[in-house]
Ligand binder design. Structure first.
Ligand SMILES: Cc1cc2nc3c(=O)[nH]c(=O)nc-3n(C[C@H](O)[C@H](O)[C@H](O)COP(=O)(O)OP(=O)(O)OC[C@H]3O[C@@H](n4cnc5c(N)ncnc54)[C@H](O)[C@@H]3O)c2cc1C
Length: 476
């Protein structure tokens, strides 16, 4: 039997021609950055992890803006961590502790996603707001989508998200809290909207952060007030806001806002979550095995590792490689034009034949065309990836998974119930030391009533009305 024909490569066909309906609908065809490894290296060269530790929560702070490149595997977490460590004196790696710790949140969420799969779309736990899950609106409000709510901060964030595909972490938290708690929209609606527009959108980091804000993976809801906004953003929003002198929904102390927004601090009666107990308590950790190169392999490059450093590409030099636009996924997530442009620019730097359609069918056809029985690729936490691999295996192909360098290793199965426990197990390794046994967490005193306290000068105890900054260790 002669090998199947292969359509010509779409590598140089702009996504506007491949997905004209998306480009017609979405006026922003390019996000805040171009894609590709060359651009990622430029940003990596600007990394300032020393200053980051001091000012990352401020909108003008020294954040790295590497998220889209990390999400699409243009850079690995290990690579970025190494670049961060190079900024610290060898004797004081803790100078970049905060940045490395922040990278670890991505590793943590990706591991959780790999474990629970599509459950990331369900409430892990009930809302701790006294409001039943069904009372959160399923329809996403048009005024948020279009940036016409009348609150200048919210409308600016809506515009920024749709135009650039990027929001600062603090803005994401504020915006998510507004959508879920002020507008009572279910977090899944906000998460889907973010995934559509963010260049870095993925169900791991995105949904699990939304669950944190919503309180479906945290013991209380995240909220913020105008004082916090002004502290970290300055007057840039409030000065031009029509609600500046009356009607601002964020005016008030945390206690006042909480009383206004939530009928209770506990789940509404009868509410339960979807995450089975013990699911994340002991997730096996083993160094991912590296396969033996297969001389006849073809390489499948997918959207989680769009880098010339792709391990499957490097293991099969000169072998034919394919990337497939997954039309169904792009449609399901309503992936914006600017994100498609970003992906296209990443793909253009790679030695791949580009196809589109059903990924398993196209990769299998590509393999048969080249007479290959082995498909070399890189792992992905996504359940969709797993289903594609199964479909390829069902067609008699062997799929090899070439792992990227690990960000952090562990001696024991990982406790992924909260980030702090995971971090206790892996932090030594994340800083290049041998993995250490888990540390006991120091006890935190919380007074009756749950009000956090800190000591004022002179030993007096003072109540704080301060916003907890995400990520808060031990909270999720
Ligand atoms: C509601 C909400 C939705 C989010 N959705 C996404 C998403 O879809 N994709 C995504 O990559 N991040 C998401 N984040 C996390 C975080 O906001 C972004 O990773 C970060 O703002 C990206 O900017 P940066 O690269 O400058 O980050 P930096 O502050 O420079 O951090 C460096 C890297 O660490 C990782 N990181 C930092 N904070 C987090 C975090 N809280 N969770 C996971 N990883 C983190 C990212 O890979 C980031 O690029 C979300 C946060 C919230 C609150």
């Amino acid at each position: 039997m002669s090998p199947p024909e292969l359509p010509p490569s779409l590598r140089d066909v702009p996504p506007a021609e491949l997905f004209p309906d998306v480009f017609a609908r979405d006026p922003w065809h390019r996000g805040w950055t171009r894609g590709g490894h060359t651009r990622a290296l430029e940003l990596l060269a600007e990394l300032d992890p020393l200053t980051y530790g001091r000012d990352r929560s401020y909108l003008d702070g020294h954040v790295s803006r590497l998220s889209a490149f990390l999400r699409h595997g243009v850079l690995t977490l290990a690579e970025v961590r190494d670049a961060a460590l190079a900024h610290a004196p060898p004797t004081a790696p803790s100078r970049v502790w905060k940045y490395v710790n922040e990278l670890s949140w991505r590793d943590f969420f990706v591991r959780v996603y790999a474990e629970v799969g599509d459950l990331v779309w369900k409430d892990f736990q009930p809302y701790k707001t006294g409001i039943p899950s069904d009372d959160y609106a399923r329809e996403f409000p048009a005024d948020i989508d279009q940036g016409t709510t009348g609150a200048n901060c919210v409308d600016s964030w809506s515009r920024e998200l749709r135009e650039t595909g990027y929001l600062h972490n603090h803005v994401r938290m504020w915006f998510a809290a507004y959508i879920v708690h002020h507008r009572r929209v279910w977090w899944q609606g906000g998460a889907s909207w973010f995934i559509t527009h963010l260049l870095d959108g993925d169900p791991a980091a995105n949904n699990l952060n939304w669950q944190w804000v919503a309180s479906t993976w945290r013991s209380y809801p995240y909220i913020w007030n105008r004082g916090t906004l002004v502290k970290y953003a300055g007057e840039r929003y409030c000065s031009a806001c029509p609600l500046r002198d009356g009607g601002c929904p964020f005016d008030g102390t945390y206690a006042e806002l909480s009383a206004r927004l939530f009928p209770g601090k506990h789940p509404a009666p009868g509410e339960t979550g979807w995450l089975p107990p013990d699911t994340l308590k002991a997730v096996p950790w083993e160094p991912p095995p590296t396969p033996e190169p297969a001389p006849d392999a073809v390489v499948w490059v997918h959207g989680d590792r769009l880098s010339p450093g792709n391990e499957a590409l490097r293991a099969s030099p000169g072998r034919p490689a394919v990337f497939v636009w997954d039309g169904e996924l792009l449609k399901m997530w309503e992936v914006s034009a600017k994100r498609q442009t970003f992906i296209h620019e990443c793909v253009q730097e790679l030695p791949v034949h580009v196809l589109r359609g059903d990924v398993a069918e196209e990769v299998a056809r590509f393999a048969r065309h080249h007479g290959a029985r082995t498909v070399a690729t890189t792992p992905s936490p996504s359940p969709r990836f797993r289903r594609i691999v199964e479909a390829l295996e069902a067609q008699g192909l062997t799929v090899q998974l070439w792992p990227e360098p690990v960000f952090a290793a562990s001696l024991t199965p990982l406790d992924l119930t909260v980030h702090a426990k995971y971090w206790g197990q892996v932090s030594a390794s994340a800083f290049g030391k041998p993995p250490a046994p888990p540390k006991e967490k120091p006890k935190v005193t919380v007074r009756a009533g749950g009000t956090p306290e800190k000591k004022a000068r002179g030993g007096r105890r003072k109540k704080v009305d301060a916003e907890p900054l995400l990520p808060l260790d031990g909270e999720i």
